[in-house]
Design a protein around this ligand. Structure first.
Ligand code: ATP
Ligand code: MG
Length: 357
């Protein structure tokens, strides 16, 4: 029996509610599997802790996570803490030291959920967006001078390294190669951004030589938003820089029906440290404490975590159970136009897993 040590970091707002639901479902999958156990340790890191102590996490927090097999993360962000402070204080403070350089965001229209695009069925919008997760526009480099004066200047420097671009490109080509359509779209803005983005294009062409079975093309990010909306079937695997993929994946989440169903994984492909799995949505304080957060994104996140741990059969069982439940509108939370509550959806998924439904 495999015993996985999972670190849970619920964080802020609805992060606490959806991670609690995710852990209930993880326990149910483990019980049913009979092949593995999941031993969950919860960390109370987040904005409450920051407001009380000045720090989002324990001293050396990322190092405390190293012994774990995987990390389940909720959300970070609070109305009275600037977003850039909480993002850098917790999420990036984990992703960067643990070398989780590949951010993977699958998109699919789950059964029973309607895309805002007309005539889009479950198989027509089946994408994986790969986001460079360690450098680029979010390298944190830049500064401000003459603060508050008319001549104030702020710089925000994007840093692209050959090593950083090449490793994400290899990851994306390999992922595309593993999917049935073997199709990759490399997104840049190399017409207007003449250095880093041109290097992206060059490295894509170099790496492509090692993946002869993959059909690939290049798109400018602005044209890509049009293609995602008007010709979604033409896409499969997508790779883009930190900023561009951040924006495209919110669009993808919206096109898949709700931000409340979209998962993401921060992967350390070499497995030199644990990877981190989280819903793409934030802490959503407008619905916090009401018990109506959609837990589907987190369930899908748990399935990605199981897949990464090597429990493909359990991941598949969980996704099938989730799809059985989303297919029924009585289990839709308000973001999907329904009246179900977080716990209704959670209990329904567990009932399917346990064969009671
Ligand atoms: P953050 O600042 O942490 O990013 P946010 O307040 O910007 O959080 P998001 O979580 O990014 O909010 O989502 C935007 C809106 O989408 C929320 O205000 C919320 O109403 C809705 N939403 C997000 N996640 C969910 C969910 N899991 N279930 C239902 N609605 C959600
Ligand atoms: Mg937000």
């Amino acid at each position: 029996m495999n015993n996985y040590k999972i670190a849970a970091i619920p964080g802020d707002g609805i992060g606490k509610e959806v991670v609690a639901a995710g852990v209930q479902v993880l326990d149910a999958v483990a019980r049913q599997s009979g092949t593995f156990e999941a031993d969950v340790t919860t960390f109370d890191w987040g904005s409450d802790r920051y407001k009380a102590t000045g720090s989002f996490m324990d001293e050396g927090g990322a190092e405390m996570l190293r012994p774990f097999d995987a990390i389940l993360f909720g959300a970070v962000g609070a109305p009275d803490v600037p977003d850039h402070v909480s993002l850098w204080g917790l999420r990036l403070a984990i992703c960067q030291p643990l070398d989780q350089y590949a951010n993977v965001r699958p998109t699919r229209v789950l059964p029973g959920i309607r895309s805002p695009l007309s005539n889009v069925g479950p198989d027509d919008l089946d994408w994986v967006i790969v986001r460079e997760n360690s450098e680029g526009e979010y390298a944190g480099q830049g500064g401000r001078s003459h603060r508050g004066l008319p001549q104030e200047i702020a710089t925000e420097v994007a840093i692209f390294t050959r090593a950083g671009v090449e490793r994400i490109m290899r990851f994306a080509f390999a992922l595309a190669d593993s999917r049935p359509r073997k199709l990759l779209t490399v997104v840049t803005k190399s017409n207007a951004q003449r250095y880093g983005m041109v290097m992206w294009d060059e490295i894509a062409a170099e790496v492509a030589k090692d993946f002869p079975d993959v059909t690939w093309d290049k798109m400018l990010v602005d044209a890509m938003t049009v293609r995602m909306t008007l010709n979604p079937r033409s896409l499969d695997t997508i790779v883009a820089s930190n900023l561009h993929a951040d924006i495209l994946s919110d669009l993808a989440a919206a096109l898949s029906g709700s931000i409340g169903v979209a998962p993401t994984a921060n992967i350390n492909p070499e497995k030199t440290a644990p990877s981190m799995f989280e819903p793409i949505h934030g802490s959503a304080f407008d619905i916090t404490g009401k018990g109506v957060a959609n837990p589907v994104a987190t369930f899908w996140t748990v399935a990605m975590m199981l897949e990464h741990l090597g429990e493909a059969a359990a991941a598949d069982r969980l996704m099938k159970a989730v799809e059985r439940v989303t297919a029924e509108s009585r289990f839709h939370t308000p973001d999907l136009g329904g009246t179900a509550r977080t716990q209704d959806v959670t209990r329904a998924v567990i009932a399917v897993l346990e064969g009671r439904n």
